[in-house]
Ligand binder design. Sequence first.
Ligand code: 5AD
Ligand code: SF4
Length: 433
Amino acid sequence: MSKKLFIETLGCAMNSRDSEHMIAALEKEGYETTNDMPSADLILINTCSVREKPVAKLFSELGVFNKKKKEGAKIGVCGCTASHLGKEIIKRAPYVNFVLGARNVSKIRDVLHKEKAVEIDINYDESEFAFDDFRTSPYKAYINISIGCDKQCTYCIVPKTRGEEISIPDELIIREAQRAVDNGAKEIFLLGQNVNNYGRRFSSAEHEKVNFTELLRRLSKIEDLKRIRFTSPHPFHMDDAFIEEFANNPKICKSMHMPLQSGSTKVLKDMKRGYSKEWFLNRVDKLRAVCPDVSISTDIIVAFPGESDADFEETIDVMKQVKFDQIFSFKYSPRPETEAQHFENVVDPVVASERLSYLQALYTELLDEKSKTQLGKVYEVYFEDLNADGYVSGRTDNNLVVKVKGSEELLGEFRDVKITQIARTIYTGEIVG
Ligand code: 5AD
Ligand code: SF4
């Protein structure tokens, strides 16, 4: 009988892909996944440490898992919090069997057999590791194009959990994409902390210096590949050649994530983001000039140390000018091993909460205004998910989530859908072609 693996994945899409790599390796050890934690022989939590809250939650969750797990089941803590807390995790939760950092995913089969192993080397190079193949979705394939991050954003812990940035050789990426397409995926989703910095460093100096724009061109030659998405690009690296390739390459989905973080040039400087408010707005203008239907999403941090009312107003100003299609917004959370944790002029937590609420309310107001214009429009939708209530959902090229009445025959198919109902970010429609 096969052994059961329960895996909880927190954080970003890179973590989702790391989990897929671990599932693939553990299949070789005779494990199959289950959603029922108490029946599992192995419990993994793939953690995120970008903000403080999930880290605090980890230990209470570990306690619950330890109480409810079946006798003899192992618990492993993986991911970014594993990288930054290391053996501290076993100190605080002695029943944890192993700790595996975000850049040590390929060692999962080793640590499984070593009691109390802690593998968290952030200099470990997995950029050319031949991971086994497992995909949660047959329709959309996540593909890593780089590991680590070379930026020094003063608020961010990621360079300390995922180490320095190394690009994966393009021929490996193309081979992986081709294999996913051969297995039926019509969409690939390229992943990296800073995708448009692709090609600056490979693990071997001899590797051809292909940049992100060129990588996109090469990938789009794959026959039967219909859609390419990627995340996250950095506004600093959005040069004209990249924006033009984005606009003119019909396989690239017209949805761009542009993490603003702050609209104040002073705060951006304190964050070491490398661009100004004007540069960001200039890139949005350029993008919309060449690609009028593009949808733009963003990340915003409010109440970074030293953010004045006037600085916050600058963020609001950018929100009003750009009218983002989607925002992910957070209160600044001080993180260990970052520069900003030592910054003075910490913003009062009440003010921080007020700013976040104000920003989110403005976003929904702007969004509601914008989405009204979508009613009756027809979009091509790629169906990926079967919902429980007799609906099937998918995404438009510009990343709207649309559901229609239907069943599994629609999965992996493209259809023209007319939008008939909008409830904030959930669009309902009917197939017209
Ligand atoms: N506090 C709050 N938000 C953060 N992010 C990264 N670090 C922090 C932090 N210390 C946000 C950024 C990033 C997203 C993934 O998480 O907006 O783009
Ligand atoms: Fe979280 Fe960042 Fe690590 Fe992704 S890379 S899991 S967002 S800390």
